[in-house]
Every structure is written in C-alpha cells, then in structure tokens.
Write a protein that binds this ligand. Structure first.
Ligand code: GLN
Length: 191
C-alpha cells in the first residue's frame, strides 16, 4: 500500500484527504493521514500540500518546525495552488519562504485581483482528454528550471509541472471528482 500525508496546517485539507482516499481504494493497505508535526512525516511515501493561503501556511510550517523536514522530504509531493507557491524556489512575495523543492519562479495571484476564480478545460500532458481545472486566486509559474516538465500552460503562465516525483498544480485537482491527476501522481511514485 501507499501512505500519503496531507499537510494539515491550513487550507482545503479535508478535500485532499477525501480525494486521495478515493484514488487509493484499489490499493489495499494504503492510508491517508494528516501531517501537523515532524513525526507525522516519518514513513510517508508522499505528501500533499493543499490550497489555502500560502503566506499563512508558510508561517505555520516555520512555527511547527517543519521547514527543514519538508524541504528535505524525498517522497512524492502533490501540491495545489498555495502548495505550488510553497514548492517553488523563488516567489514574488517575501512573506513566503519557499521550500525550493522545484526550481521555478511562481507569482501569487497571477490571474489579477479582479478575477477571483475561473474554470478552464485544460490540456494536460499525459491525459487523453482535457481536465476541467478550477482556478481560485491562482498562482502561475513564470519560469521553470532544468529538469522541470511543463504539463500545462495557459496565457497567464505555467499551471502544471512535474519534477521527478513532485507535481504542482495552480488549480485544484482535489475538487471536482476527476482523479486522473492523482492517479498519474501515484503511478509516478512507483511504490
Ligand atoms: N492566492 C493564494 C496564495 O497565494 C492561493 C489560493 C488557493 O490556494 N486557492 O496563497
């Protein structure tokens, strides 16, 4: 089985737990657990970093002594929205201390302040059919480093990337019931 942790400091934690539980129903012995402290990271195959407020999550990561343990985490990482901001190595907001897990520059709220949310049928590399992506005050990567695979791009910027076992999405695959990106992520773990 696969053990997935969901960083449970702030944001849409419950939705991530539900989506991964659903995606893992055909893998006996798997589990999905909330992560709040360093000990919770110990035996995970993968960690999800939810959407929410990246400045708040960043502050709580520091407060809970999780910065170094997450920055050094070698399993898979599935990050959405605020999670994508945190995974970067450069962010346009000094209140976020990026975890530098994926070499990319990420701009917060890249869709402009007046656009709170939007849906788009997105072509994602590796998926046969477009993915209905929900963007909520979404970030975008403006630049990615070597070894980072761009999975989806729209005029506002890069909105899905893969770097080894780490994947980041500017939108919310944990909402909407389409688990193809979760399955792609789990395949990519090879555990
Ligand atoms: N705009 C938020 C941030 O930068 C992210 C929004 C979201 O996660 N839905 O933290």
């Amino acid at each position: 089985g696969v053990k997935v942790g969901v960083l449970a400091l702030q944001g849409d934690v419950a939705e991530h737990i539900t989506a991964f539980r659903e995606a893992l129903t055909d893998r006996p012995g798997s589990s999905v657990v909330p992560v709040r402290r360093v000990a919770d990271l110990g035996d995970l195959d993968a960690l999800a970093i939810p959407g929410g407020e990246s400045t708040t999550i960043s502050r709580l990561i520091e407060k809970n002594g999780l910065y170094e343990p997450i920055a050094g985490f070698e399993g898979g990482i599935f990050a959405t929205c605020a999670g994508m901001v945190l995974l970067a190595d450069r962010v346009d907001d000094p209140r976020v201390r990026p975890l530098s897990l994926i070499p990319m520059h990420v701009a917060r709220n890249a869709f402009g302040r007046q656009v709170d949310s939007r849906e788009a049928m997105l072509d994602v590399a590796g998926l046969a059919e477009p993915f209905r992506a929900v963007f909520i005050r979404a970030p975008a990567a403006t630049e990615v480093g070597p070894g980072v695979e761009v999975l989806a791009r729209i005029p506002e910027g890069i909105v899905a990337v893969r770097h080894g076992r780490k994947m980041a999405f500017a939108f919310h695959p944990e909402l909407g019931g389409d688990l193809r990106l979760h399955r792609m992520f789990l395949e990519n773990l090879r555990v």
